[in-house]
Write a protein that binds this ligand. Structure first.
Ligand code: DX5
Ligand code: ZN
Length: 222
């Protein structure tokens, strides 16, 4: 089990886009740790979210790191733009990178933390040869592309398997869970070894988002 206190990263995808500054302010004032920013291209995933101009606007108001999840093909083309628009953590999809090792080096050259996201069907074992080069693994617990989907239960097994794979090689690896996270599964996820929880609809559709974030942050998995 991770000894690092878990982080909460509300996903802006579920925010009210017509009142974005209000929702950003809410996250600023909350106990959340990061902003999770979902960029989609309509090719890698069957949806288009928002692009870099919106991300830049968010970064001007955000007082916490931007954790950028690139659900796009050929992410190398946009790493620099991503950094210029405020990213501190850049996560690319394993399935979208032919030369993942090179892509990770490119992210680090920009002085960003490097993350790799895995779709639900992608085995964590595929990261064996790059596990020491990764700051964060984002385990997708839904098929990427949409908020508000049902959590996939096999995620717990993948977390444990990933912690075992990283043990002794990368003990500081952050394991982020993205999709369908609620108060009902958060403690079990942390107990399995996750230490960053992304939550979109559970936070932004809640009647009291500040309290919801507080509740997620207060989980004691021990
Ligand atoms: C899905 C995105 C998620 C999404 C999570 O493709 O990567 O970050 O916003 O939303 P919820 O928490 O509603 O499942
Ligand atoms: Zn995401």
């Amino acid at each position: 089990m991770s000894t690092i206190k878990h982080l909460i990263a509300p996903s802006v995808l579920a925010a009210d886009f017509a009142n974005l500054s209000k929702d950003i302010q809410m996250v600023n004032e909350s106990e959340a740790d990061w902003f999770h920013i979902d960029i989609m291209d309509g090719v890698f995933v069957p949806n288009i979210s928002f692009g870099f101009p919106v991300m830049q606007a968010i970064s001007k108001h955000a007082t916490k790191p931007l954790d950028v999840h690139l659900m796009i093909v050929d992410p190398d083309r946009y790493l620099k733009t991503c950094k210029e628009n405020g990213a501190e953590i850049i996560t690319v999809h394993y399935e979208a990178c032919t030369h993942l090792h090179r892509t990770l080096a490119g992210i680090k050259e920009l002085d960003c933390k490097a993350g790799v996201a895995l779709n639900p069907h992608t085995s964590v074992q595929l990261l064996k040869d790059v596990i020491g080069d990764i700051d964060l693994v984002c385990l997708m617990s839904v098929n990427p592309g949409f908020g508000g989907q049902k959590f996939i239960e096999n995620t717990y097994t993948k977390i444990r398997e990933l912690r075992t794979l990283a043990a002794g090689v990368n003990d500081n690896l952050r394991i982020e869970i993205d999709g369908g996270v609620t108060i009902a599964n958060a403690a079990k996820l942390i107990r399995a070894g996750a230490d960053v929880l992304v939550a979109g609809s559970f936070v932004f559709n809640s009647s009291a988002p500040l309290d919801t974030i507080k509740e997620l942050k207060a989980i004691d998995a021990n």
